[in-house]
Write a protein that binds this ligand. Structure first.
Ligand SMILES: [Fe+2]
Length: 290
């Protein structure tokens, strides 16, 4: 059976891609953010996942404002990136895992999540930058050690799904992954956030206290922040801080005994609170057997 080994959450702002392309990882501005990935690299080398389920939001590369699903899932053999106009290099394609995708799709629809199913799908910086941060060598060669299933959540055009709904989406995916019949090691990834606002009167807004509350809640009790409506979330985390929805879905997919094993938080990363977390998941099947 597939085993969910843990979850990784990370900021995905496009300027990180520029820093990688220009080898700025050790510059004083960037080092506090990139050094937060040293632990992630060791953790991935130890845990060796085969598949990554990536919760993210598309910024206009695959979906645009005219047709923007609340929840979409990839079922493609391969996911390409294209020039998004941020001035960052186009990323190598990533291989998909259609069998896992269809297993999840069947389970999700049976669980009343009416997903938009994408048998062709471009993935933007919200997928490619987290992958490049997690596997920097593979990002250069295109020899990714994982196959991916992208799960897209609308954080761009209101109305947005609630934190509670995204937690349930993640839980549904977590349960489905546990019933996938092959022995696969799965990491779930949530990208975006944390607090930031790119436009309007509050451009540059960051809320360190709320970010800490969210990270603490994700570690111990994710339900604690589901009381916040989307409007609360915009006020507390900023207009683009709503990307926390992706982190919430990732956390929901961790269905076993969850332990926070790493946290890095640094301000600013391009007007964003840059944050990285790693959670270990002790699968329920193994807990039952113990
Ligand atoms: Fe974003």
């Amino acid at each position: 059976m597939a085993e969910i080994i843990g979850g990784v959450a990370t900021t995905h702002v496009p300027s990180i891609g520029g820093a990688i392309a220009n080898n700025k990882q050790n510059d004083p501005y960037w080092k506090p953010f990139f050094s937060g990935f040293d632990y992630v690299h060791r953790w991935l080398a130890d845990t060796k996942p085969d598949v990554a389920v990536v919760f993210y939001n598309d910024h206009g590369l695959n979906f645009f404002l005219d047709k923007l699903p609340t929840f979409a899932i990839g079922a493609a053999k391969e996911y390409r990136n294209e020039d998004e106009g941020w001035g960052i290099p186009v990323s190598h394609s990533v291989t998909g895992h259609p069998a896992v995708s269809w297993h999840l799709i069947n389970a999700l629809v049976a669980d009343d999540f009416d997903m938009t199913v994408c048998q062709e799908m471009l993935v933007d910086h919200a997928v490619t930058i987290p992958l490049a941060l997690m596997w920097p060598t593979a990002a250069k060669t295109g020899q990714w050690p994982v196959r991916i299933v992208p799960v897209e959540i609308n954080t761009v055009q209101h109305p947005l799904p609630s934190l509670a709904r995204c937690l349930k989406l993640g839980r549904s995916i977590g349960r489905a992954l546990e019933s996938f019949p092959e022995n696969l090691r799965v990491v779930v990834i949530g990208t975006g956030g944390l607090s930031h606002q790119l436009d309007g009167e509050r451009a540059g807004f960051i809320n360190k206290d709320f970010d800490k509350q969210c990270m603490d809640a994700l570690a111990k009790e994710p339900e604690a922040i589901t009381r916040h409506s989307i409007h609360d979330l915009v006020e507390l985390a900023g207009a683009q801080g709503v990307e926390l929805l992706n982190w919430m879905a990732m956390r929901g997919a961790l269905t076993g005994a969850v332990t926070e094993v790493h946290r890095n938080y640094h301000i600013p990363v391009s007007n964003t609170a840059g944050a990285t977390m790693v959670f270990e998941n002790r699968p329920t099947a193994r807990l039952r057997a113990a």
